[in-house]
Design a binder for this molecule. Structure first.
Ligand code: PEP
Length: 276
């Protein structure tokens, strides 16, 4: 199985989570820009808030690397100590905002209601909402993954009915697959959930089919089988994108897995050579 729209670029993004000083962030950008982004890949990076503006200023004007924030508050401004708003991350250069990552849900008490408010606020401020959903291990073991994720997606989009599908990206990230101690889901586990997410997106959003990513312990050894077998439009990574060289390598692997790159044997050889 390949991505549903075989002409579309593969979308591959990374969150740096709570990592990188300004110097480390700008060095990463220089290295990634130097390595280049393959034609059939669209890439995004989510630095910490402190580095957003510096990364924006370091990226070349014509860069194909999109910039996003890892979180933002739903209110435009006000008495919310320690928070930053959608308006502020947009001002600092973000065009994407991640919402509802499992670490925010479990460690910072973010609820489905918070997520819904944030998605609406993101769209109001012209940001693309990257909404993370995924079931915990016990739900997977009990066979409830699809129902759990469908409920999360419905709730996330409950305040934005009728919005354009390009304004929302959905990342399916099973909680048990993410981070240290996580194990990657198999394509067979991911595929039915991705299909279910697409159905809900089609109910609530207008326009072409929405974009669904898979995330959770992806690296350059399993990216190809996940892209080819899970029916997702791309991948969202943490650890595999923490170094610029690692992320660049992953982008090359994803480019080689893109259906258009399989059109001739020669293309395939070129791609294989490029990732060695
Ligand atoms: C994540 O935390 O969203 C994630 C995908 O992390 P990792 O790739 O490190 O499992």
């Amino acid at each position: 199985m390949t991505s549903p729209n075989s002409e579309a670029p593969v979308l591959v993004g990374t969150s740096w989570k709570m990592n990188k000083t300004l110097a480390e962030a700008t060095a990463y950008v220089d290295d990634l820009v130097g390595a280049g982004v393959p034609d059939v890949v669209d890439a995004f990076i989510l630095p910490p808030h402190t580095a957003l503006a510096a990364v924006r200023d370091r990226l070349p004007r014509d860069s194909r690397i999109r910039l996003g924030a890892q979180n933002a508050h739903w209110a435009a401004e006000g008495a919310a100590t320690g928070e930053v708003s959608m308006r502020m991350v947009r001002d600092a250069g973000a065009t994407i905002v991640e919402i509802g990552h499992s670490e925010r849900r479990t460690e910072f008490g973010e609820t489905d209601e918070h997520v819904a408010c944030k998605v609406a606020a993101a769209l109001d401020h012209g940001l693309t909402a990257l909404v993370c959903v995924g079931e915990p291990r016990d739900v997977r073991d009990a066979g409830g993954s699809e129902d759990h994720v469908v409920a999360q997606v419905r709730s996330s989009l409950s305040m934005v009915s009728g919005a354009d599908s390009t304004s929302v990206l959905l990342a399916y990230e099973p909680v048990w697959a993410i981070g240290e101690g996580g194990s990657p889901a198999s394509p067979e586990q991911v595929a039915p959930v991705v299909r279910a997410v697409r159905r809900v997106m089609a109910e609530r959003l207008i326009g072409e089919a929405g974009t669904v990513l898979y995330g959770g312990s992806v690296d350059d050894t399993n990216a190809t089988e996940l892209l080819e077998g899970a029916g997702a439009d791309g991948l969202f990574v943490g650890r595999a994108g923490l170094s610029a060289t690692g992320f660049a390598r992953l982008l090359s692997v994803c480019a080689a897995a893109h259906p258009l790159r399989h059109s001739t044997p020669n293309d395939r050889e070129v791609d294989d050579a490029a990732i060695r």
